[in-house]
Design a protein around this ligand. Sequence first.
Ligand code: FES
Length: 150
Amino acid sequence: MMYSEKVLDHFTNPRNVGELPDANGVGEVGNAKCGDIMRMYLKIEGDVITDVKFKTFGCGAAIATSSMATEMVKGRTIQEALQLSNKAVMEALDGLPPVKVHCSVLAEQAVRAALADYYRRQGIDPEPIVGKIQEPDHDHGEGDSCPSCG
Ligand code: FES
């Protein structure tokens, strides 16, 4: 599998790793198939994302895409962050192998989940603004009854 130099750079030296204690938007998403989890912290002032941090428990591509995604939304407005697509993140990294495209989707969804949380904290229904978010994978056995899985 071939990774671009940018992917390797962001994987070995990820930007904006950690937590933001004063974040006002926190989102977590997971991929049910690989089990990887990404958490995104946003500090939003006015409508500008003034700070961002992330934690990713996942593959190298997940770490690289979340690192790049944080760089692409930092200092931007909410509207600009909402337009961030996984494709744009991949392009900024000079591409990903096809089997790793879903990792970039996780990064896009993590930003959206954090923005959704920001709206929810203000009593605003985020779905018309942010769209549907992939729910994080949650732990339970196959046969267990679960209210969210139906
Ligand atoms: Fe799951 Fe990359 S393999 S996020």
